[in-house]
Every structure is written in C-alpha cells, then in structure tokens.
Design a protein around this ligand. Structure first.
Ligand code: HEC
Ligand code: HEC
Length: 391
C-alpha cells in the first residue's frame, strides 16, 4: 500500500470506528432526527472491500456491485481519471472542470458550462456519499448506477464528447495508465474506465461535519443552530403551536440526503407554475404524475455548493429560504407536504409558504452551515493527483 492509500484507508477506518464506538449515543438522536426508525442499520457486504474499509453504518445500507469491488488500485485510477482532461474529446475538460473539491464537487455556476462554452440545462450536482442508497443519479433520476452514470458526461456531445474506443486508444498509449489499469482490473477497456470512476465516486465519503460530531456527542450546537435543527426536523402544526420548517419531510435520509429506494427521493418543491414545469423525473419514467419532480438533493456541504436548485436559480441560502417561506408556486404535482406546511392559520389569499419569522429563517440557515464538512473539502485523498506534475 502506498502512503496515500494508507491515509485513505486509515482515515475511513478511524472515522468508522469512532462512529461505531459511539453509536448508542448517536442512535437515539438519529431515530428522531433522520427518520431512520425501522430501517436496519447495517451496511451491506461487498466481496472484496478496501482493506480496513468500514462505512459509518449509521448512514444506512449500501451495496457494491460484485464485479467492481472497492480496491485501492481502482480508487487511485478513478481519481486520476476524474482529474484528467484526457477524458474529453479535445482534452480540454475533466470531470473536475465541473466538480471542484473545495465546492463539495460543484462548480459555483448556476448552469454548468459545456465543452463549447455554452450553458447546459442543469446545475452541477455536489458529490458525496453516493455509496448509500439505493439512489438514482442526476436531477431527473435517469441513471440507475454509478458505473452507468459516469459514461454519460463522457459521451455527451455537449460535455466531454469522447467516443469510448478513442479514449481506450489514448489511455493505452499513455505512459502511466496501462499499468494502473492492469493493477486494478487486469485490462484496459471501457468497462474498467467506468468501474474505476465509479469507485472513486463511491469513496467520496463525507462524515465529519459539525452536525455529524453533534450526533456523536462530540460537538455542541449554538442556541441558534439548535433552534434551526428543531425547525428543520419539524412539520408545523398550528393547532398544537408546533413551529416547523418541514425540511426533513423530503431531505430525510441520514444527514439530509434525499435519496431513497425507487423514485421516492424525487419531489416538486414549488419552483414553477404548470406552464413552466420541466419534465424532471417524468423524462425518466414517462409517468404524468412525475412531471416537475426533481431529485431531492443532499444538503451536506450545502453552504459551499451555491447557486441552488436544478437550474441554479437561487444564489444564496437566504434566497432558498425566501422561496420556502413565501415563494411556493402551485402546480399539479406540487408536493402535498409543502402545501400543508404553514406556520400561520391557513389563509387562502396569502403567499404560499412556511411563513416563519426572520429569526427562525436565520436559525435554519445557521443549522445548514453545520452540515459543512471541512475535512472532506480538504481531504488530500480526493484532491487533484496531477498537482505538481506536468500534464
Ligand atoms: C460540463 C460539466 C460537467 C462535467 C465535465 C461532468 N459533470 Fe457531472 N454533473 C454535471 C451536471 C450539470 C450534473 C447534473 C446533470 C443532470 O442532472 O442532467 C452532473 C451530475 C453528476 C452526478 C450525479 C450526482 C447525483 O447526486 O445524482 C455524478 C455522479 C457526476 N456528475 C459525476 C461526474 C463524473 C464522474 C464526470 C467525469 C466523467 C462528470 N461528472 C463530468 C456537470 C458535469
Ligand atoms: C416537498 C419536499 C421538500 C421539502 C419539504 C423541502 N425541500 Fe428542499 N428541495 C426539494 C427538492 C425536490 C429540491 C430540488 C428542486 C429542484 O432543483 O428542482 C430541493 C432543493 C433544495 C435546496 C437546493 C439544493 C441544491 O443542491 O441546489 C436547498 C438548499 C433546500 N432544498 C433546502 C431546504 C430546506 C432548508 C427546507 C426546509 C425549510 C426544504 N429544503 C424543504 C424538496 C424539498
């Protein structure tokens, strides 16, 4: 094992052990906070895990495809490929062009910029904890696995525009890659390219935010963050004077990733009227009631991943909260969970939204900041391996 690989394996194991050791404290909080009640909190098994790899099992289940075990060699290969512009047709663009580590693997733009400098249809998604699920990928859920997902930007003519046979030829002529592929998969082919990238994505694990440490009993939230946490977790009920932000109804899995089995993790959160709704999930399922539903994204590292929403329409978390507070737009597929969530007595003439007070909105935003995992954003194991190397 190289020094770097050891660092990766150890950092995961240490975190996992830490979490395993303190799980009883975390569990009580989890059942309340993350809606995991009833779910079996054991990780799936993989045939040949990276040595010492134990996922923080409180995140839920995961499964590794039998033909793509997590190995150190595959991870290092996938990392190199992720950062290498050789992956695009004209060698100008890598995955990291749109997925920068310090922004939790987003790009800071409202809409991603394609190969020809034109804006694409969607906002780049943040990448973390893609291992847990099962989850579907992309805003409209059209990709069922990471091995499948990674080929899409590669082949997309507006993104990397790279025919796979040409890529295999280029990589085969490279001084470094053939040996790395040999070590990881015993061959250099299209299937190994997608498997290596998928392995890198699977190991982008973020589990050290202030909120994670709070769940373990290792950090204390400020009064404002604690108010924000409570509001985040509560569905408002005017009758019992329970005030709530309702966020957990959708951003519901462990530490607020919306992924869920099947198409459950998709929703219409009231951005547009019927006339402007984009197909969203319906583009994948061809099912009318899915029209306008998009993947409920993880809110992990959300403070560093703006602009927000599938089309990057909101620049700041303040803008996002203004939307949920008084900017909800009715449409046929608007989530009933949003429609019902109001902190004042229902008034059909009022703007649709939570109608929280300003200090409550500020508190939710303060809570969202506790989801930032600086360890993840700075982790050298996920950084550009070419830094300091000519390329
Ligand atoms: C031109 C910018 C761009 C490039 C290059 C790019 N991506 Fe993306 N990525 C995006 C955008 C935009 C989305 C959302 C697209 C959509 O939903 O249709 C996305 C979505 C994803 C997702 C889905 C995440 C989720 O939660 O569903 C993954 C995984 C991903 N990209 C990985 C990669 C990998 C690996 C590469 C390199 C092979 C790559 N991306 C190259 C812009 C880019
Ligand atoms: C009915 C389900 C639902 C509820 C309730 C909900 N959200 Fe969302 N949220 C979504 C969906 C779906 C998206 C993505 C929508 C899109 O881009 O079309 C989203 C997107 C977001 C984003 C942008 C994420 C990104 O990566 O761009 C933030 C931030 C956010 N929600 C925060 C919250 C907060 C805070 C609350 C509580 C005040 C909340 N949400 C309540 C479903 C919901």
């Amino acid at each position: 094992m190289s020094k770097r690989s050891l660092v990766l394996a150890l950092s995961i194991t240490t975190k996992a052990r830490h979490i395993l050791g303190t799980v009883s404290r975390a569990l009580a909080a989890l059942f309340i906070c993350a809606g995991l009640g009833g779910q079996t909190l054991t990780a799936g098994t993989s045939p040949r895990p990276i040595e010492g790899f134990e996922a923080p099992f409180v995140f839920g289940r995961f499964a590794i495809p039998a033909d793509n075990p997590l190995t150190q060699e595959a991870f290092e290969l996938g990392r190199r490929l992720f950062y290498d512009p050789i992956l695009s047709g004209d060698n100008s663009m890598s995955c990291a062009s749109c997925h920068e580590q310090e922004r939790a693997f987003t790009d800071g733009r409202a809409l991603a910029i394609g190969r020809d400098g034109e804006e694409l249809e969607f906002n780049s998604m943040s990448l973390a904890n893609l291992l847990w699920g099962p989850q579907l990928f992309f805003w409209d859920g059209r990709s069922p696995s990471l091995e499948h997902q990674v080929l899409e930007p590669l082949l997309n003519p507006f993104e990397m525009n790279q025919p796979l046979d040409a890529l295999v030829a280029e990589l085969s002529a490279d001084p470094v890659y053939p040996a790395m592929f040999e070590a990881a998969y015993g061959r250099l082919d299209e299937h190994s390219i997608s498997r290596a990238l998928a392995t890198f994505l699977r190991l982008l694990i973020s589990s050290d935010s202030k909120y994670d440490r709070y769940l373990l009993g290792d950090a204390v939230l400020t009064d404002q963050e604690e108010l924000g946490r409570k509001l985040f977790m509560a569905h408002p009920d005017v009758k019992t004077s329970l005030r709530g932000g309702n966020c957990i109804d959708c951003h519901s899995q462990f530490v607020t990733a919306g992924f869920s089995d099947g198409f459950d993790g998709f929703s219409n959160n009231g951005l547009d009227p019927d006339a402007d709704l984009k197909p969203g999930l319906a583009a994948t399922t061809n099912y009318g009631p899915d029209f306008g539903k998009f993947k409920v994204p993880s809110l992990r590292n959300i403070a560093v991943t703006g602009p927000y929403m599938h089309d990057g329409r909101f620049d700041t978390l303040e803008d996002v909260m203004a939307h949920y507070n008084h900017g909800i737009v009715r449409s046929k597929t608007l989530s009933p969970l949003i429609l019902e969530a109001d902190n004042l007595v229902a008034d059909p003439t009022a703007a649709l939204g939570l109608r929280l007070e300003q200090h409550e909105i500020d508190a939710i935003i303060a809570f969202l900041h506790t989801l930032t995992d600086q360890t993840f954003l700075d982790d050298p194991a996920f950084s550009n391996p070419f830094e300091g190397e000519p390329r």
